[in-house]
Write a protein that binds this ligand. Structure first.
Ligand code: CDP
Length: 788
């Protein structure tokens, strides 16, 4: 008998369409795209073909004559309500719809409201816009040259394209150390624009109930509470008060930082719903998602390291130019315009450091989001890990030996970095040695030497990164003034089952599982008896949301603290039931028993029942607690990755032969989920290292605006990841856990780039910017006379 295909199992047969197969129908239908509301209208958006142009005229007559089209919304319409501009998370301003000019290709120009998705698209095609092109500024270096066209003409006093200057560290000490150094290296490193390409694009359904004046928005947001507050602040003047706004982030198909900002489409859908009283849906397509949503990276970096000739690092200096597009819509904590880029001292014990960053406006989409990264940490890690390799090679030292010599040592923790961070814990040498052993480092170096003699190109690259996640302590971390705590509220029902709600929002990281595990461990209630909910601002406690691997460090800690508060009350109730002093009770997961009399005990379920039926007089009934956790410090996960590449001299193709990743995120809550996070993260680090980039031609046309040339890795290109771990608990986190979601994305690109340069160093190659495409490598080889 021939084996059945998966579709035939259960007698479905091939003729059954995927949608009709009950196994493929989502149980709850909780993605934004699945929400169906009666009378729903649809929005589609007219986008600019020009990167910089004055809008002379928007002719809506043909669009309005299109059957099914109800309205065309322009900037002029929104201006009547003062909603044509909105604030960005970095307190800059961003157009919802333009009134005078467009600033980047694919910018929203007008929106069409129609009775179906199809008629909305027909309406978009029928809107005629007359543009007058303006000079385009694409290169941020040129943007800062005297005489460059000033882009933000809306800002009255703005005379140039410079946004801000930010610096950190001791410039004089760094300069002194460079003056005294035996060896100095300097390199220009460009980390290109890339884009989150989540499986689900961004979108929302806004539904305004004219009777009770309440707005409900189902939206793809990683931070629903912050969005509610921003909506209330921006639209309070048109009657949208915060208690009348409900944001629901249902299941989300990947966020990675791209679903933190407010996009114009959300605001237009809300405005359209408030005006019509009908539900309005906006769901961007893949090309809109790639071309107009917030970008990541785009840092032009010049980095320098100083060392003694024995290989001891002494100082680091970095100057960076950050291309922010036409507005600074980065998703950084307010105090840090360049995010946490000053983690750029990495895993090394520098005595002196100075870093400076300048932001520039260009005719590109805004952003600067933390793409699977804790606010510019990827940029920092890539810089320091590339530079460490360059210095090691310059000194003629093995890159592993060089790192082992310069690592912050375990006994130095808590370690105050030269740029002011207090690293909580780490054992960098432990992780690197484990990775070296696992991959067979010494043997690989011998193989490389043999191959080099035969003219073959093989490289070994290391990245020993330090992360900084868990934003963050309220004394330093806020977004638009909202402190970056997070929350857990837990209620135990009389029958011992529980519901726990959080201020974070999973986008596929498995919070429903890991939070339930934390609570189960702390309370002794089976995980299956705990309902975990996030993402509904009407029910969840206030929190800043999920990005930058902050969920476990902040909300995971809140879960533990809330559970411990519940346990404290449970102890009082158990003492009442057992007629003893609370101090005479001992806790083991799931029950309190009397010291020395283990048979006298009450389970957490008995206690929960008593909390509603037989609680001590004078005590409030019920068993619940809430924690708004303000972390005392960030957590500092780390890892050592080693990558082996072979380079095809004929095509320039880089093949990742092996990749060993040893990660340390402190105590692990769920090893399978952590492994999944690392596998996914490694693939998202491999992608920008070798494939992904969004660039622009000289008149601002997007290159890489569709999946034809924005190359996502598929299963075919993705290497086989070999993962391992060490465990250095965080001393300040209640569970000893550190975040992990982004570690691999942050750490992987440098390992790959270092492996490529390691293969080519003997040919005089010191650095290759990512993505390291076959064309780039082929050119480098031919320039050096290497042929097949
Ligand atoms: O904020 P986000 O959920 O993206 O990142 P995270 O806190 O690093 O957590 C990602 C997933 O890994 C969550 O389900 C965590 O609970 C889990 N995790 C874990 O099991 N153990 C850790 N030490 C860290 C994270």
């Amino acid at each position: 008998m021939t084996p059945k295909t998966s579709l035939e199992v259960g007698g479905m047969g091939h003729s059954i369409k995927r949608k009709e197969d009950p196994r493929f129908i989502r149980g709850k239908g909780t993605y934004v795209d699945d929400v169906q509301l009666p009378g729903m209208l649809y929005l589609d958006i007219v986008r600019s073909p020009f990167a910089h142009a004055t809008i002379k005229k928007i002719d809506t007559a043909k669009a309005l004559a299109t059957p099914g089209v109800l309205a065309v919304i322009t900037g002029q319409d929104l201006a009547k309500y003062n909603l044509h501009w909105m604030p960005t998370l970095m307190s800059d301003t961003q157009m919802v719809l333009p009134v005078e000019k467009v600033m980047y290709q694919a910018q929203e120009v007008a929106a069409v409201l129609a009775t179906s998705r199809y008629t909305a698209a027909d309406g978009v095609a029928a809107v005629e816009v007359e543009y007058e092109p303006l000079p385009v500024v694409v290169d941020p270096r040129k943007a800062l040259e005297p005489g460059a066209p000033v882009l933000r003409t809306d800002k009255k006093d703005k005379k140039d394209n410079h946004i801000w200057h930010w610096e950190w560290g001791d410039r004089a000490a760094a300069d002194r150390a460079f003056g005294e150094a035996d060896v100095r290296v300097k390199e220009d490193i460009y980390i290109p624009r890339i884009h989150v390409a989540s499986i689900e694009t961004c979108g929302c359904i806004a539904s305004f109930d004219k009777v009770d004046g309440k707005l409900t928005v189902w939206m793809t947001s990683q931070a629903p509470h912050a969005i509610r507050t921003v909506f209330a602040l921006v639209a309070g003047h048109v009657g949208l008060a915060e208690h009348k706004i409900r944001i629901i982030s249902p299941d989300i198909g990947g966020g990675f930082g791209g679903k933190v900002p407010v996009y114009p489409g959300y605001v237009i859908a809300v405005a359209a719903s408030v005006l019509t009283g009908k539900p309005v849906k906006w769901m961007e397509d893949r090309m809109e998602n790639l071309q107009a949503d917030s970008f990541a990276r785009d840092y032009h970096i010049t980095a320098e390291l100083a060392a003694r000739k024995d290989g001891t690092l002494t100082a680091i200096r970095i100057k960076t130019l950050a291309d922010h597009g036409y507005t600074d819509a980065a998703a950084n904590p307010s105090k840090f315009p360049a995010g946490l880029f000053h983690i750029c001292t990495g895993s090394y014990d520098f005595k002196a450091a100075h870093v400076e960053v300048d932001g520039a406006y260009t005719n590109k989409p805004p952003g600067g989001i933390a793409y699977r990264c804790s606010f510019r940490v990827t940029e920092a890690v890539h810089t320091i890990e590339r530079m460490a390799d360059i210095m090691a090679h310059e000194l003629g030292m093995d890159p592993a030996e060089f790192r082992l010599k310069n690592f912050v040592k375990p006994e130095q923790f808590p370690y105050k970095s030269a740029l002011g961070w207090e690293y909580d814990s780490g054992n960098y040498a432990g992780a690197l040695r484990k990775a070296m052993e696992r991959i067979g480092y010494a043997e690989l170096r011998r193989e490389q030497a043999d191959k080099r003699r035969r003219g073959e190109l093989m490289g070994i690259g290391i990245s020993s990164f330090t992360e900084i996640v868990g934003a963050g302590p309220s004394k330093h971390f806020d977004i638009l003034g909202l402190k970056m705590f997070d929350s857990c509220e837990i209620r135990i029902h009389p029958t011992g089952k529980a519901i726990a709600r959080f201020g974070t929002k999973s986008q596929g990281q498995g919070h429903e599982t890991t939070y339930a595990q934390i609570l189960a461990e702390e309370l002794g209630i089976p995980a299956a008896d705990i309902q975990v909910e996030e993402g509904d601002t009407d029910t969840a406690p206030y929190g800043l949301g999920t990005y930058a691997s902050r969920s476990t460090p902040v909300a995971g800690a809140a879960a533990a603290v809330a559970a411990r508060k519940v346990r404290d009350k449970a102890r009082q109730i158990a003492a009442h039931l057992l007629e003893c002093s609370p101090d005479d009770l001992v806790w083991e997961p799931g029950k309190f028993s009397v010291k020395g009399a283990p048979n006298r005990f009450k389970t957490i379920q008995d206690i929960a029942f008593a909390a509603y039926t037989n609680h001590p007089q004078g005590m409030e009934a019920g068993l619940e607690a809430v924690s708004y956790y303000d972390p005392p410090n960030l957590t500092y996960p780390f890892g050592s990755y080693i990558c082996v590449v072979d380079i095809d001299k004929g095509t320039g193709e880089v093949k990742v032969r092996r990749f060993v990743a040893v990660d340390d995120c402190g105590n692990i809550i769920n090893p399978m989920i952590v492994d999944g996070q690392i596998h996914g993260g490694l693939t998202m680090g491999f992608a920008p290292a070798l494939l992904e980039e969004i660039s622009y031609d000289e008149i601002g046309n997007i290159q890489g605006g569709s999946f034809i040339d924005y190359l996502l890795p598929t299963a075919v290109e993705t290497p086989k990841w070999e993962t391992d771990k060490t465990c250095t608990p965080s001393p300040h986190h209640p569970l000893g856990a550190k975040g992990v979601g982004e570690s691999a994305t942050v750490g992987a690109p440098a390992a790959i780039a270092n492996a490529v340069v390691d293969a080519l160093w003997h040919l005089g190659v010191r650095h290759v910017d990512i993505p390291i495409t076959p064309a780039k490598v082929w050119k480098l080889l031919r320039e050096r006379g290497v042929t097949e």
